[in-house]
Design a binder for this molecule. Sequence first.
Ligand code: HEM
Length: 253
Amino acid sequence: MPQLSGVDNADADRLRWWGIALIDALTNFSRDPEEETAVADAMADLDDVLTRALVRVRAAPDRSVLSHAVHAHRPTGQPRPESDLLPVLKQLAQAQLQAGWVGAWTLSALLADREVLAEVSDNRWLVGAAVNEALRWTPPLGNVTRRTTRAVALGGADVPAGATLSVRVASANRDERVFDDPDRFDVHRDVRTNLGFGAGPHGCPAFQFVMAVARTSVDVLLDRLPGLRPAPGWRPAPHGWKLRLPGPLNVVW
Ligand code: HEM
């Protein structure tokens, strides 16, 4: 992956560190100074790695995505400026991990229920439904933020202009007025729409990519590890609320 992306020294641990720091930066509602310092350290490291990679591919184009981003559709000798690229690259540098979040939640739900695991393994048409249901059941980003531009009445509360809202997508995804038995992981639901990728003009633009990668990973995993099942003693151990992840997925096959 580092070779493909063109970002050197970006092993899984480092990508995870950057990714979690970016999420922390977005969700540090209380402006916790310790968290701000930790985020600043991670971002300085990411800036440094990206800047070095940009300098390298600017001087010597290669076949990486990064090199393409720098040189594509630009006149010879006029690579795209760093200021245009850095914010996008920061997102992409950690985006490589994110599809794993939905894939891992799907796997966690399947491991926790042998019957559903068997059903999905035998009928791969259900893999897409399982991935979608995992996103509804436990969206990794259970929370989005907004600032009101004017006073508004919302859900029976009067919210003043300029208020910061922390909107619980995770709760909306288990709204009993929309989903029957909302706490149940159910791959046969009629209602498939959920808010796991936000909604409207600022909904997640990577929605289809993330779902395609998650679907494919679960499908390939079921092919390559026949008899996949939880390791003895495994119990789901989810953690985090700003970024909610399923914890270790110990399996045997
Ligand atoms: C499991 C993976 C992901 C989840 C659960 C997720 C979820 C979300 C959500 C809930 C929002 C809406 C935020 C809001 O309304 O304030 C959002 C926005 C966004 N996402 Fe994702 N996302 C994922 C992966 C990705 C990836 C891989 C990329 C880029 C390659 C990406 C790029 C973006 C961008 C640029 C926005 C902002 C869109 C805008 O403000 O117009 N996301 N995402």
